[in-house]
Every structure is written in C-alpha cells, then in structure tokens.
Write a protein that binds this ligand. Structure first.
Ligand SMILES: [Fe+2]
Length: 235
C-alpha cells in the first residue's frame, strides 16, 4: 500500500465559489484532480486529504464532493478538517454519514493495513506574523488535539517506519519558522508529516519540505502539487 496526500481540493458547487477566478492553475481544477488521481493512485493505495476539501457549508452538499473523491482509486481515504470546511461540525456525528472507505480524523488516529495515520486541523501559531490574539484559544485547543492524536497513534502500534501525521495548517509559520506544534511532533516517532493551507508563492518558497528533524515533510496544497496526489510513502 502506497500513501498519497492531497489537500485544499476546494471542490465547489456554487458559481460564486468558482475557483477559476484564482488564476490559471485553478481553471477546471476538479477535472484535473480526478484525472491525475486516476493516473497516480492504485486500488490498493491510501489517500490522505488534508482539509479545505469543499466550499460547501452544509454537510449534505459536502457529501456530494466526498462521494466523488471516495469513488476515485484507493483502498481507503482519511481526512482532516481545513479552516474552510464549514460543513464539518462534530466529527462523531459526521463519521457515520461518510462513505465506508473514508475516515475523519480530529485529534485521533486510525490503523489501515499496518500503517498508522493520525491527524488534526492545526492552526496558526502565535509566532506566525499572520496570527492575532483571537486565534490563541483555537491554537491551544489544536495543540491538545495534536498531542491526543499522536498518543492514540502510538497506542495503535505504528509500523517500523513510524506514524503518518496529517494536518491542514503547516507546523511551520508563513515565514518558514518552527511552531510549537513542531516541538510536539518532534517528541513522537513521526515518519511523515503532510500539510496544506498555503497558496502563496512566497509561502511555498519559505516552508520547510523534505526531511526536517528526521520527519519527511510535504506540502500538499493542490495548486502546489499541480492537482496530482503526491506520493508520501512508497511502500
Ligand atoms: Fe486553508
């Protein structure tokens, strides 16, 4: 089973949320994602979806998009919430409504074919230039959820490779510095960490990618990876 990741797919269903307005890369992006996904991902592979999945505001609307994504190749899909996934209210109420091969992670972990994946949304950190004091409460809540996810991942017995951590917000600031989330991550046997949220070229250039403190880090914003699910772990 190979592991792939893609985030910020931003599927839309209303003209005012048409992504075409955000530049060439976003024109007809849903078709690009579907085509590339079918090419890249095999039926036995797993795909991690790192938030900002759909612009929908109601769960029923988002479900149309989730069913589309879950009908694409892959033995299983896991997902975390992004800051725009307003349709995602309570995770325990959402899970029973989801397609059978989709797991929603929020401060939690799951074991699929021997690999342990855990995740949470994350948030802007107080040391980020874009953060403001109002963000502090959510930041603290997400710090707790990250630790909870990692503890649960350890108890599930990850493979020798380690834990796969799925986030929406990068554990690095918009200027590429470590955040307190990263300090937590370093204390656990994390093999891979994937994140999205960033859409600006200057953010893409500054954010750490590749091996950081022994963790394989990947930025998986759909526009950054040309709308093609990114191979994270080649086993
Ligand atoms: Fe986002």
């Amino acid at each position: 089973m190979k592991l792939f990741a893609i985030s910020d797919t931003h599927f839309w269903h209303k003209p005012e949320r048409n992504m075409n307005q955000f530049g060439e890369i976003w024109i007809d992006h849903e078709s690009k994602i579907k085509r590339n996904w079918r090419e890249a991902v095999g039926t036995d592979d797993l795909v991690m979806m790192g938030g900002d999945i759909s612009w929908a505001s109601r769960t029923e609307e988002a479900m149309v998009h989730l069913r589309q994504l879950c009908s694409l190749p892959g033995i299983a899909k896991v997902m975390v919430k992004g800051n725009h996934d307003h349709w995602w209210k309570k995770t325990d109420k959402l899970q029973p409504l989801l397609p059978q091969n989709l797991t929603a992670l929020s401060g939690s972990a799951v074991k699929i074919k021997g690999e342990v994946i855990c995740g949470t949304r994350g948030w802007l950190s107080p040391n980020d230039p874009c953060s403001d004091t109002l963000d502090k409460k959510t930041f603290e809540k997400e710090m707790g959820l990250l630790e909870q996810a990692l503890i649960q991942a350890v108890t599930l017995g990850p493979s020798l490779l380690g834990i796969h951590l799925l986030l929406h917000f990068p554990p690095f600031t918009t200027t590429g510095a470590n955040t307190p989330f990263w300090e937590v991550i370093k204390r656990y046997p994390v093999a891979t960490c994937t994140y999205g949220h960033f859409h600006m070229r200057h953010e893409w250039e500054k954010i750490p990618k590749g091996e950081v403190d022994g963790v394989w880090c990947s930025l998986t914003s759909s526009d950054f990876i040309n709308h093609r699910p990114l191979l994270i772990s080649p086993r």
